[in-house]
Design a binder for this molecule. Structure first.
Ligand SMILES: Cc1cc2nc3c(=O)[nH]c(=O)nc-3n(C[C@H](O)[C@H](O)[C@H](O)COP(=O)(O)O)c2cc1C
Length: 190
């Protein structure tokens, strides 16, 4: 069974990212995925310490015994993942950035087991919601994340940026946006 993990980096329990996460969770499950969802607001994920201890291990591993340390091997084994984040002050949230920083544990080009190679061909989707952030400005941020994930081994990346979503849960009122979310799920499950 294919496995997907959905990460929600919004602190709002009933926000737009949460609504999209629920929809994707349901649709991926319908398509036969074993789906795991992690809402960062209920998780403990510390900052990367930059200690390089992960570089001395042959498997995905982190010195920190928090939720991210435990998630790394699971994420390594998953077939795809989604990261949902609101735009805060023109960028992804601090929670989303902290998560991406911790994926440094996957950056080990010289190691056979822990490795970028285990992610080749696996898909990753980055979804942002915002109030009025211009499309091009968001694209610059999401592309930077996708580039980093590419270096960590996820060579197949796509992003989706949805704006005019200041009201929590407003995404559910837009047939157009929901169709774009569904299209992304379709791509993930191809
Ligand atoms: C602290 C904070 C900063 C924000 N900064 C921006 C911003 O720079 N540009 C923008 O278009 N929207 C901004 N917003 C609006 C959110 O991106 C928008 O409401 C988003 O849909 C929230 O997603 P959520 O409901 O999943 O939490 C900000 C909201 C907050 C709370």
């Amino acid at each position: 069974m294919s496995k997907a993990i959905i990460f929600n980096a919004s602190p709002r329990p009933k926000g737009n990212c949460a609504a999209i996460a629920s929809r994707m969770e349901e649709e991926l499950a319908e398509k036969g995925f074993d789906v795991r969802r992690v809402d960062f607001r209920t998780a403990t994920i510390g900052y990367c310490k930059g200690c390089d201890a992960c570089k001395r291990h042959d498997e995905p591993w982190c010195v920190q015994k928090d939720d991210m340390g435990a998630l790394l091997p699971e994420l390594d084994a998953a077939d795809c993942f989604v990261m949902l984040t609101p735009i805060y002050w023109g960028d992804i949230t601090a929670q989303a950035k902290t998560f991406v920083d911790r994926l440094y544990a996957f950056f080990a080009p010289a190691k056979e087991n822990m490795t970028v190679a285990t992610k080749f061909g696996k898909k990753v989707a980055v979804v942002t919601t915002s109030g009025s952030m211009p499309e091009e400005a968001v694209a610059e941020k999401t592309q930077a994340v996708i580039n980093s994930l590419g270096i960590a081994g996820y060579t197949e990346g796509r992003s989706l940026s949805l704006n005019q979503l200041n009201v929590p849960g407003a995404v559910n009122d837009s047939e157009e946006y929901l169709a774009e979310v569904d299209e992304l799920v379709g791509w993930l499950s191809e």
